[in-house]
Design a protein around this ligand. Structure first.
Ligand SMILES: Nc1ncnc2c1ncn2[C@@H]1O[C@H](COP(=O)(O)OP(=O)(O)OP(=O)(O)O)[C@@H](O)[C@H]1O
Length: 360
């Protein structure tokens, strides 16, 4: 059984704003397992930051239960409220590192002093603190920049220092709240790859809050989509990308734009006669499970012709995932058998109604 490191149950966070109740987080439950890189995505104001601030009780919930590494930090029921004692919460918080969009480094201190600062509370000798800080800088690829000042570093390098500092107390969990939002594309990719490496090498569990689906696509294994204080859809990265149900998810993952492009092509496509012997299919598949021989096979075995209207390939973590919109022409029975064949070969098949083409 995978070990649950974060268990949020029925969390609500309500704020009072000008006499009105703002439901920033509304009855959200979320479990994160050891070694996950759990992407929490949604537009600004969806409640992502508020939800993750609950994990280490930087934000106290209005209702719900917070368990980290098996220990209950907070539980509020109708009858009572239980909160972990302050002296126990402090070390618990150290199990959870955080990085943000703003790096929050101390400008007047050198890079290594910034990292050492996070180790000061430990009963370590000066020398040990310096050695540990140096080790952390090496881990994030900045072993030779310890004597520089933050202003002398690029944004990406400053975020690396912030990551080294967040790891100073050997946390099991790292919360990344929009950590790449202020970075250019190159630095964004480098920071995401660093998080992926730390996840792999240190078995660090990462909660990745972002409004950028590309970030999630690159490193997350699981995704929760938030809208108006609630999780509207969740699943493995592959599920969310190949089988999104909620309109916002479709928009975020690009299914909506793929579908719009395919429909625009179909409207002007003479191969599509809108006849009773034709189906429009939306296929998604992993790796290279669909290739030329498949269309040949469908023709030979089921007497259906498959013509590709639109295709796109995304890379999820390291796996290519393809999207195809095809017109399948042939007898109803043959088309049904061909669809069964595709499904049996790990292809997700969705029939697109003809209305979609007419009304789009
Ligand atoms: N301390 C607070 N007091 C009052 N309202 C708050 C407070 N913190 C957050 N909110 C409100 O709660 C809602 C959710 O905010 P939150 O920051 O969690 O969203 P988000 O999805 O992280 O978006 P962003 O990326 O813009 O921060 C917003 O409407 C915000 O204005």
């Amino acid at each position: 059984m995978p070990e649950k490191v974060i268990e949020l149950s029925h969390i609500s966070v309500f704020f009072n704003q000008d006499g009105q109740t703002l439901k920033a987080v509304n009855d959200v439950s979320l479990d994160v397992e050891k070694g996950d890189i759990y992407g929490v995505v949604g537009y600004s104001g969806a409640g992502k930051s508020t939800l993750v601030r609950v994990i280490n009780l930087l934000q106290r919930p209005t209702a719900g239960k917070v368990v980290v590494n098996g220990e209950t930090l907070f539980e509020k029921t109708d009858q009572s409220t239980a909160i972990i004692e302050a002296k126990k919460l402090r070390p618990k918080r150290r199990e959870i590192g955080m990085i943000f969009q703003h790096f929050n480094l101390l400008d007047e201190k050198t890079v290594i002093q910034n990292v050492e600062f996070a180790l000061k509370h430990r009963k370590l000798k000066e020398k040990q603190i310096t050695a540990k800080a140096q080790e952390l800088l090496e881990l994030v690829g900045l072993g030779d920049r310890g004597q520089a000042y933050p202003a002398q570093l690029s944004g990406g390098q400053q975020q690396r220092v912030a990551i080294a500092r967040a790891l100073a107390n050997d946390p099991e969990i790292l919360i990344s709240d929009e950590a790449t939002s202020a970075l250019d594309p190159k630095n964004t990719v480098q920071i995401l790859e660093l998080l992926k490496r730390l996840n792999r090498e240190l078995n660090l569990t990462v909660v990745l809050i972002t409004h950028e689906m590309d970030a999630v696509k690159r490193i997350a294994n699981k995704v929760a989509v938030m809208s108006e204080g609630q999780i509207v859809e969740r699943g493995t990265l592959l599920d969310i990308f190949t089988n999104a149900q909620f309109p916002l998810t479709k928009k975020l993952v690009g299914t909506e734009s793929d579908s719009q492009k395919a429909m625009a092509i179909l409207k002007n496509d003479h191969a599509f006669d809108n006849q009773a012997d034709q189906s429009i299919l939306h296929l998604t598949y992993r790796g290279s499970s669909i290739s030329e021989p498949v269309t040949t096979k469908l023709y030979e075995d089921f007497s259906v012709e498959t013509s590709i209207v639109y295709g796109n390939v995304d890379v999820l973590r390291d796996t290519p995932v393809g999207t195809l919109f095809v017109i399948m022409t042939g007898a109803k029975n043959g088309r049904q058998q061909a669809i069964q064949y595709l499904k049996a070969h790990d292809v997700t098949v969705t029939e697109v109604g003809l209305e979609a083409v007419k009304n789009d």
